[in-house]
Design a binder for this molecule. Structure first.
Ligand SMILES: NC(=O)C1=CN([C@@H]2O[C@H](COP(=O)(O)OP(=O)(O)OC[C@H]3O[C@@H](n4cnc5c(N)ncnc54)[C@H](OP(=O)(O)O)[C@@H]3O)[C@@H](O)[C@H]2O)[C@@H](O)CC1
Ligand SMILES: Nc1ncnc2c1ncn2[C@@H]1O[C@H](COP(=O)(O)OP(=O)(O)OP(=O)(O)O)[C@@H](O)[C@H]1O
Ligand SMILES: [Mg+2]
Length: 373
């Protein structure tokens, strides 16, 4: 074990005494690294330590959250798009998209199927909903050429908007319809070509696990697997079962194997790796495991990732935080905020705590860490 866990601490960083062991592990498990690679990794590891000697998630969250500056215009605090929502699921994309707004993004879009769109719009007038996706059942009488035309239209509709987004969230409530997933894989390819960051969750992970090239080597991609999704990823990429004795090493190898994609493994503690470092967030959350908490997380990570990128481009690369991978910072902040909000919601609602209650506490949790004025 090379990650030190602080009691109730935000996120625990690599203890300096563990750096050497970590280097040895990297050399053993990853192989083929030059001395300069290792030195670079060592620098990165040191970079994630706070000046106080023990970085914590709240410190990251505070650093990357932008102030409410009256000079800023609409859109500068973030434009997020969720790609998800189908016949079965309308809650998941709503949770992700509304969480992004509640945290402080200016605009939140949802790209979903027609049937899901009306429902999602009725949940909230704040969301901008695009009913562009199609599932196989709605085009069952369309021939091959017709399907090609539909795919082309979906892509051109999406492309009109794509470059305006600071981050995409791909997968909450997307479903597993083959035609729809095929279209979404093309959307992902376009987004990647345009360097648009993406958080892949839920059925997006089902898609990516079966077609790892979609994200492999893409440094602006974040995967947020739950226990099942992680198991499937490990089986596919590392070719074995999950090893609960070596969680950090396994996550590091998994991320490395997918070319440095950032992975947030959800669980009792959230573990985050970009193939170079491993961080854990273990702030006390809630004992309720109602569905939808992962969706809040994916929307939150998208916003914080965008803010982390803004923060890094606006500051000297000298501070500890600004030298850390923005995708990792986004994961740390998103995880910390969700857990705080879940804890607050549980204090009020106990056994009846639902995802909507947690969403209602996102603002209060953020305010406690970063007062608006
Ligand atoms: N209120 C809402 O709208 C919410 C909607 N949600 C949305 O639900 C979707 C799935 O996410 P999840 O978390 O249930 O996935 P996960 O833990 O892998 O599966 C659990 C078990 O179910 C099965 N299974 C799942 N989907 C299947 C399918 N289409 N067809 C067949 N089997 C399927 C799966 O089987 P397996 O794949 O392991 O064989 C496993 O045994 C995703 O879009 C998410 O965003 C959630 O965010 C919660 C709130
Ligand atoms: N055992 C646990 N103890 C405390 N917190 C947990 C536990 N498991 C998950 N969490 C928290 O809940 C969040 C959502 O994780 P979860 O595993 O429920 O995702 P999910 O299954 O994708 O959710 P969803 O129902 O939205 O799809 C994680 O970020 C994590 O912080
Ligand atoms: Mg999920």
């Amino acid at each position: 074990m090379f990650v030190k866990h602080g009691v109730n601490s935000g996120f625990s960083s690599l203890a300096s005494s563990a750096v050497l062991r970590r280097q040895q592990f990297l050399i053993r498990s990853l192989g083929g690294h030059s001395v300069s690679d290792i030195t670079h990794q060592k620098k990165r590891m040191e970079a994630v330590k706070c000046s106080s000697g023990g970085a914590d998630a709240e410190c990251v969250l505070r650093a990357i959250t932008p102030s409410l500056d009256p000079k800023r215009h609409k859109g500068q605090a973030g434009k997020i798009a969720v790609i998800g929502g189908c016949r079965e699921y309308t809650g998941a994309p709503y949770f992700a998209a509304i969480s992004a707004l509640k945290i402080g993004a200016d605009l939140s879009h949802v790209f979903c199927t027609q049937g899901a769109a009306t429902v999602i719009k009725s949940y909230s007038p704040e969301l901008i909903v695009h009913p562009i996706l199609e599932e196989s059942y709605s085009i069952s009488d369309v021939d091959e050429e017709g399907r090609r035309q539909i795919t082309k239209k979906i892509l051109s509709e999406f492309d009109k908007w794509m470059e305006r987004f600071d981050c995409l969230v791909i997968g909450p409530g997307l479903g597993r319809d083959p035609f729809l997933l095929e279209c979404v894989s093309k959307i992902m390819t376009h987004a990647r070509e345009s360097n648009v960051p993406m958080v892949v969750d839920g059925d997006g992970l089902f898609l990516v696990t079966n077609c790892i090239e979609l994200v492999s080597g893409y440094h602006l991609a974040v995967l947020t697997p739950n226990v099942n999704e992680y198991k499937r990823l490990v089986q596919k990429v590392l070719g074995g079962d999950v090893d609960d004795q070596n969680t950090h090493e396994e996550l590091l190898s998994l991320s490395k194997q997918i070319g440095g994609v950032t992975i947030l493994r959800k669980g009792k503690s959230d573990l985050i790796s970009d193939g170079e470092i491993v961080q854990s967030v273990s702030i006390y959350g809630s004992p309720r495991r109602c569905g939808g908490q992962g969706d809040i997380l994916s929307g939150s990570v998208a916003v914080f990732l965008s803010w982390a990128r803004q923060h890094i481009s606006a500051t000297e690369r000298e501070s500890t935080i600004s030298r850390t991978n923005p995708t990792v910072l986004g994961c740390i902040a998103g995880s910390a905020l969700l857990r705080k909000a879940a804890a607050l919601a549980f204090e009020h609602k106990k056994r009846s705590t639902l995802t909507t209650d947690i969403i209602e506490h996102l603002g209060q949790s953020l305010e406690a860490l970063c007062p608006a004025s």
